[in-house]
Structure formats: structure tokens, C-alpha cells
Ligand binder design. Structure first.
Ligand code: B12
Length: 212
């Protein structure tokens, strides 16, 4: 039954069906299933399929936006039921999508799971300049500066931002992620951490702040 509900959720995201997304998200709760697992194995899995279909030319922009909307509907229902991790000390994360880039679905998932893990996330949104990252890290005395980029034209701002935030806060932990990134690119950029998905991002963040 659990798998059927998670598959239903993934399918609702793929087909951009907000009513189904709502129905399956409510079933997750009424059946006492784990909300975090439902987001990963349902919503996020569905969004992964959407990305693949778009790449294959089988889905187009309006459909993608419907999928994102369906995912948001489900997440709003599931979010209050995620069990926050009390083991983690409330470290501050400044998170944003780099300059010129409006892709925010992945960044929002990273935010959601980081908050669920007990981090305090300051979300700068999308199209964030190096200056804004630097000012916020300084003002908030952040522990982690996390950047997301989905385009080759926006990932190029990461190395300079890393350099600048390290100048104002030498012990800041920097993390990068998003489609065009890889462990090699992240290392070349001088980032302390990289993750291919939101769940791994949380694991790496916890490790880097010394909580596991
Ligand atoms: C959805 C989407 C859009 C939506 C975005 C909606 C929104 N509100 O976010 C819309 C339709 C608006 C859009 C617009 C455009 N898009 Co677009 N889009 C996509 C698509 C299909 C899916 C991206 C997505 O949401 N994936 C699902 C999420 C869950 O995955 P994710 O973002 O990778 O995030 C996960 C991980 O990467 C990781 N992660 C993400 N961030 C971070 C951060 C940290 C710190 C860590 C550790 C981990 C991490 O965790 C996330 C969750 O597991 C991709 C194709 C693809 N395969 O990625 C193209 C894609 C990214 N788009 C592309 C392009 C070119 C554009 C446009 C320029 C198109 C155009 N010609 O107008 C515009 C860009 C406008 C702009 N200035 O940004 C290209 C980029 C090419 C490139 N390499 O540069 C892609 C790759 C498609 C392609 N092959 O051409 N797009």
C-alpha cells in the first residue's frame, strides 16, 4: 500500500495533477506513512522523471510548471508532518540560486530537507548576486553558504562567490549543487561540499558541521 501511495504521488507530479497530488499527500498522512519518505520517493522521484522527459523532448515548459505546482501542493500538506531532527544543532545556512538563474525547484527541496534536519535556512531565492551572498553571510554570521545552479551560464559565478564569502568569513563552509555541477567541478571551484540530491546535501552538511 505504501508503494502504491508513493507511486501515486510521483505520477500526480509527472502528470501535473494537483487534485491527485492533494489526494495522495493526504493518504500519506491518514495512513501514518513517513512524510519525508513520501517527499523523496514520491514528489522528488516524480520531478526526476519530469526532468528526464523534458530532456528527451517528451515534455514542454507549461507541463513542467504544472508538475512543479502539483509538487508544491503535496509538499504543503506533507511539510508540517516531517519529523524535525533534534540531534542537530541549529546551524545557519544561507541558500540561494546563483545570478541569472531562476530554476528553484531543486533549491526548494534542499531547503525543505535541511530545515527538516534542524538547520536554520535563510533563503535568498533565485537570481542571487555574489554581493548578496557575501552581505548575508556576514550579516547573519552564517555557518554554511549553499549555492544552487542549473545552468552553465550561472554556475560560473560560484568560484568567485566562494572566494568572496571566505574573505568575509574564513571558516564558512561552502556547498554547491545543481544539474551541471559534479564532484570534480565543485572541487575545482573550491567548494567544501557537493551533493547530487537534496537528501545527500543534508548528509554532507551534517558531516561538514561536525554533527555526524
Ligand atoms: C524545470 C525547468 C525549468 C523551469 C524552472 C521552474 C522553476 N520554478 O524552477 C522553467 C520552465 C522556468 C525553466 C526555464 C529555463 N530553462 Co530550464 N529546466 C528545467 C528542467 C526541466 C528541470 C529542472 C528541475 O527543476 N529539476 C528537478 C529538481 C528537483 O532537480 P535539480 O534542480 O537538479 O535539484 C536537485 C539536485 O541538483 C540537488 N541540488 C540542487 N541545488 C542544490 C544546491 C546545493 C547546495 C546542493 C548541495 C544540492 C543541490 O538537489 C536537488 C533536489 O534533489 C531542467 C532539465 C534538467 N534535466 O535539469 C531544465 C534546464 C535546467 N533548463 C535549461 C534552460 C536553458 C532554461 C531556459 C534558459 C530556457 C529558455 N530558453 O528560456 C530558462 C532559464 C531561465 C533562467 N534565466 O533561469 C537548461 C540549462 C542548460 C545549461 N546546461 O545551461 C536545462 C538543463 C534543460 C536543457 N537541457 O536544455 N526551466
Amino acid at each position: 500500500m505504501k508503494q502504491e501511495i508513493f507511486d501515486g504521488l510521483a505520477e500526480a507530479v509527472v502528470s501535473g495533477d494537483t487534485e491527485k497530488a492533494e489526494k495522495f499527500a493526504k493518504e500519506v498522512i491518514s495512513n501514518g506513512l513517513d512524510a519525508y519518505e513520501a517527499i523523496m520517493d514520491g514528489c522528488s522521484k516524480g520531478m526526476g522523471i519530469v526532468s528526464q522527459r523534458y530532456e528527451a523532448g517528451e515534455m514542454y515548459v507549461p507541463e513542467i510548471l504544472c508538475s512543479a505546482e502539483a509538487m508544491n501542493v503535496a509538499i504543503e500538506i506533507l511539510k508540517p508532518h516531517i519529523k524535525a531532527d533534534p540531534a542537530v544543532s541549529p546551524k545557519k545556512v544561507v541558500l540561494g540560486v546563483t545570478k541569472g538563474d531562476v530554476h528553484e525547484i531543486g533549491k526548494n527541496l534542499v531547503k525543505l530537507l535541511m530545515e527538516a534536519a534542524g538547520f536554520k535556512v535563510i533563503d535568498l531565492g533565485r537570481d542571487v548576486s555574489t554581493e548578496t551572498f557575501v552581505e548575508t553571510v556576514k550579516r547573519e554570521d552564517a555557518d554554511i553558504c549553499a549555492m544552487s545552479a542549473l545552468m552553465t551560464t550561472s554556475m560560473i559565478f560560484m568560484p568567485e562567490t566562494i572566494k568572496q564569502v571566505k574573505k568575509v568569513k574564513p571558516d564558512i563552509i561552502t556547498m554547491v549543487g545543481g544539474g551541471p555541477l559534479s564532484p570534480d567541478v565543485a572541487e575545482n571551484y573550491g567548494a567544501d561540499g557537493y551533493a547530487k540530491d537534496a537528501a545527500t546535501a543534508v548528509k554532507i552538511a551534517k558531516k561538514l558541521v561536525g554533527d555526524i
